[in-house]
Design a protein around this ligand. Structure first.
Ligand code: GTP
Ligand code: MG
Length: 196
């Protein structure tokens, strides 16, 4: 798919204030600092479209981007170790959960996982919740440039093996690097297929 146009629409904290749910929507979620905003910039080819930072906790609201006037990309706050107060973290958690359950045009959630890390409890719990709630999702292993290709492959394989302990069917997965722009075509082709 070719991205002709990507534009910021709005930020807000409430599903009720999101743009009308008339177009398919793809939301990016994962621990703070995993690379959600960077991946959105890489996919759209617009550095600076989504705000990024080396400090966890940069994205704090539900951010809608309209792509080709046909579908939405959504950047969400991270869960996990953001350097923000316990209250803010709890509030983000509620906001994200409510968004995931109520947003009726949600076509697929992209769950981002840092490909350097072994499976972490908050990610596994989050994936479990999506499964039991029947929310469609795929996995994205990020920052693959931070290690050798074989190491990345090894980590992904063992992560999937861990999931297989509880899941009969593994979710679809992608391996990406925002720095080296890898995984871009695979994700955009996937979105194109779902949009059809
Ligand atoms: P929050 O909004 O705080 O939840 O973080 P986020 O998940 O949106 O992460 P963000 O995109 O802001 O990136 C966090 C840091 O990781 C930044 O310093 C990015 O430059 C870096 N980063 C993101 N993706 C990659 C990648 O693929 N490779 C490398 N080397 N660095 C990356
Ligand atoms: Mg962000």
């Amino acid at each position: 798919m070719i991205i002709r146009e990507a534009k910021f629409v709005m930020s807000n904290s409430r599903v009720e204030q999101c743009p009308p749910p008339t177009l398919p929507e793809y939301a990016f979620i994962g621990r703070s600092n995993v690379g959600k905003s960077s991946l959105i910039n890489m996919l759209t080819g617009q550095n600076g479209l989504a705000k990024t930072s080396s400090l966890p906790g940069k994205t704090q609201l539900i951010n809608h981007f309209l792509i080709n006037d046909q579908w939405f990309l959504v950047d969400l706050p991270g869960y996990g170790y953001a350097k923000v107060s316990k209250e803010s973290r709890a509030q983000w958690g509620k906001m994200i959960n409510y968004y995931l359950r109520k947003r009726e045009n949600l076509a697929c959630v992209f769950v981002l996982i840092d490909s350097r890390h072994a499976p972490l409890a908050p990610d596994l719990e989050f994936i479990e919740m999506l499964g039991t709630e029947g929310i469609p999702f795929v996995l994205v292993f990020t920052k693959a440039d931070k290690m050798s290709g074989s190491r990345a492959h090894q980590n992904v394989t063992s992560y999937l093996a861990k999931l297989q302990e509880t899941w009969d069917e593994l979710p679809r997965h992608f391996v990406t690097s925002a720095a080296e722009k890898t995984g871009r075509d695979e994700i955009l082709n996937f979105i194109e297929d779902v949009n059809r």
